[in-house]
Write a protein that binds this ligand. Structure first.
Ligand code: ME8
Length: 662
């Protein structure tokens, strides 16, 4: 078998002095989608993401947190990595710029172009933006022209890279490779920047300590952009890149504000070292919040976790790719997010999957029926599905995610319409009716199979559930997109287990919960001292406190009397979408019915709790857990190292509801 073609793509290497928001999430999810898509097209894909950990900004953030830089960046990098795991991002390489192999690559690359005569010692005096890590052409006291934050005056000895020597080679390269910079607007911007002349670039610093040392030239450390860009190469072999076969990169995907670093400096460094240049730099637009770029400095960020907890990771992935035309700026709004979730996911794909499965279950004993003669309306839907395959692949190839998804959802809408006009549910039991129904149900299931495969790169979690619901073997990820055709659904296949896909959610409640969690996250201390979103306590914070091993200070009876505990009876119990640990309970405490959230979902089945008598702290101030109001606390013991909650109760006594515990 011939070797699979290789495909290498990268996200930016993100700064560790902040935590990811959905702007970063956007770039990463796009790359993850491309990665999944390319695999399904038969490529051997490597995707790199990682963290940019050096520089003066990190040096200062670590100092502020009172920890060594190495500890600071290790904790932040772990946060970034954990988030990508939660979002189902399948990065193959997570490169940290503090990795040893990376330092070797940076030092090696520098040596290559120094040996080639493109480095000379010099002195820089000018303004520097520590947030963008950019030398900026403004006067002392003026702000950074890119991010608007204050600049600092730097006077230091450094080594310069002869960027000016690459004006012509770069312009020639852009002409010869018209697709090197995408989209067109960014290409034009870069072209006019380079045509305007290039000044040599300082690539080492002596007033910064936290960086990769320049061998034999201490105290010089490398300029962070030279350091970070080189991470793309370190991840796939560094000096031994030829062995891995993944260099040059096929695609560097970045936000538009860092196009110059990727489309000018990076290719110039590589040319100077005599290395192959990446094939494409794609600079996408920004996610805006109230018309401004979402960014930590403006404080208008939205984090991905609350969205994932309330709506699921696929909902966020779908929204980001569907709502914004790739390349352009897009506005983020919770309202539009929940709207899309309910209309496209719950009522669209989710509803089609569950109603198709229910009809097959009812009419065909849970097996995909065998179609009989096709009528023109069946063939018309088949043609639409077959055409959608070609159109969607073409759009994915062009990174036209929103159009690809639009096409798939138009197919879903056509199928809903087909079901309404063909109404298989009203057909009778005659031989002809049974055959007609079998044809309609097979056709519908076949559209669902095709839509599932086509959507898989964007919605990996839910399409895997639909795939097994349709009784298909293996994973949708292993289906070869090139072989996808209408008509491959085998009759007689038994349906798999139905799993919840996109439960409908009330918009106001969903938004309230996401906003409450966002606020919780923003008020949380830095992860260098505590987790970003604290996990839900076992059965309320007092239970967690009770689990503490420390010997508590003695309290007087009057202190204990402050805690009002009463016998309560659980009336209802339900799970909370997006909060795996919590149950929402209503509890009769004698004088009223209270809503209380308890962190016991992993250990207690909701239906088995109904009627159970429990001890309730009734005078605890109300608060929100995962955005759901909780008015009181159920008392539980915390057992074993994992803190398993065991509800305190009254199994042998007939205690009155509302009785006080003393
Ligand atoms: O620039 N909308 O790191 P960074 C869309 N370390 N994308 C956004 C965004 C928004 N509002 N905000 C951030 C750096 N991004 C350097 C990169 S690469 C060798 C070094 C995304 O943490 C977008 O991809 O500031 C942007 O380019 C990147 O995050 C900036 O991440």
């Amino acid at each position: 078998m011939p070797d699979k073609p290789k495909y290498y793509l990268t996200t930016p290497i993100y700064y560790t002095n902040g935590l990811p928001h959905i702007g970063h999430t956007y770039s990463t999810i796009v790359c993850d989608t491309i990665r999944r898509y390319k695999r399904m097209r038969g490529y051997d894909v490597v995707m790199t993401t990682g963290t940019d950990e050096h520089g003066v900004n990190v040096e200062r953030s670590a100092k502020k947190a009172g920890v060594p830089e190495s500890e600071f960046v290790a904790k932040m990098a772990a946060e970034w990595r954990a988030l990508w795991d939660e979002l189902g991002v399948q990065g193959d390489e997570f490169i940290r710029t503090t990795d040893l192999k990376h330092a070797h690559t940076v030092q090696w690359l520098f040596k290559q172009f120094r040996d080639n005569g493109f480095v000379y010692p010099g002195h820089y005096t000018g303004q520097y933006c520590i947030y963008d890590n950019a030398y900026v052409d403004v006067k002392p006291g003026e702000n950074c022209p890119d991010c608007g934050r204050p600049t600092e005056t730097v006077t230091e000895a450094n080594f310069y890279f002869k960027l000016s020597a690459f004006q012509k080679p770069l312009l020639d390269w852009y002409v010869k490779h018209p697709d090197f910079i995408q989209p067109e607007a960014r290409r034009n911007e870069v072209l006019s920047f380079v045509e305007g002349g290039l000044r040599d670039l300082s690539i080492t610093r002596t007033s910064v300590r936290w960086g990769i040392p320049v061998p034999g030239e201490e105290p010089h450390v490398f300029y962070v952009w030279f350091d970070a860009l080189t991470a793309y190469l370190s991840a796939v072999g560094g000096p031994q890149y030829e062995k891995t076969g993944f260099w040059p990169a096929d695609l560097h995907l970045v936000g538009k504000e860092i196009i110059r670093f990727h489309a000018v400096y990076w290719p110039a460094f590589l040319m100077a070292a005599g290395l192959p240049l990446p094939k494409q730099v794609w600079a996408h637009g920004w996610l805006l919040m109230d018309s401004a770029k979402m960014s930590k400095s403006l404080g208008n960020v939205v984090r991905p976790r609350p969205i994932v907890h309330v709506l699921g990771m696929d909902a966020l992935r779908y929204y980001l790719l569907r709502e914004t035309v790739f390349g352009q700026d897009g506005n983020f709004s919770y309202d539009a997010l929940v709207q899309r979730y309910n209309s496209d996911l719950a009522n669209g794909l989710g509803n089609l999957a569950s109603r198709t499965a229910a009809m097959i279950e009812k009419n065909s004993g849970g097996k995909i029926p065998k179609p009989a003669a096709f009528q023109p309306q069946d063939t018309a839907l088949a043609t639409k599905a077959q055409e959608a395959i070609g159109e969607v692949l073409e759009q994915y190839d062009k990174l036209g995610f929103s159009l690809a998804l639009e096409e798939i959802w138009s197919l879903i809408a056509a199928t809903d319409k087909y079901l309404t006009t063909e109404h298989p549910w009203s057909l009778g039991e005659s031989e002809a009716d049974q055959q007609r129904r079998a044809t309609i149900l097979w056709t519908t299931a076949e559209v669902l199979r095709i839509a599932t495969i086509l959507t898989h790169p964007v919605l990996p979690e839910s399409t895997t559930k639909v795939w097994s619901l349709l009784g298909q073997r293996g994973q949708p990820a292993s289906v070869a997109l090139d072989g996808l055709r209408w008509g491959q659904l085998a009759a007689g296949t038994s349906l798999g287990k139905s799993q919840p896909l996109f439960p409908r959610i009330e918009k106001a409640e969903a938004i309230e919960r996401m906003e409450a969690m966002e606020k919780e996250a923003q008020n949380a201390p830095s992860p260098v001292t505590a987790p970003a979103i604290p996990s839900a306590p076992a059965a309320g914070s007092a239970a967690a406190a009770a689990a503490s091993q420390a010997t508590p200070e003695k309290i007087g009876i009057e202190d204990f009397a402050k805690v009002e505990m009463r016998v309560g009876q659980i009336k209802t119990a339900e799970r909370i979408v997006g909060a795996d640990k919590l149950l929402k309970l209503t509890v009769d405490i004698g004088t009223e019915i209270r809503q209380i959230c308890a962190g016991i979902a992993q250990f207690y089945e909701p239906e088995k709790l109904i009627g159970r008598k429990v001890a309730v702290v009734v005078n605890l101030a109300p608060r929100k857990l995962r955005g759901v109001e909780s008015n009181g606390m159920i008392v539980a013991a915390s057992v074993g190292p994992e803190g398993r909650p065991v509800l305190a109760g009254f199994p042998d006594e007939d205690v009155e509801i509302g009785a006080r515990l003393k």
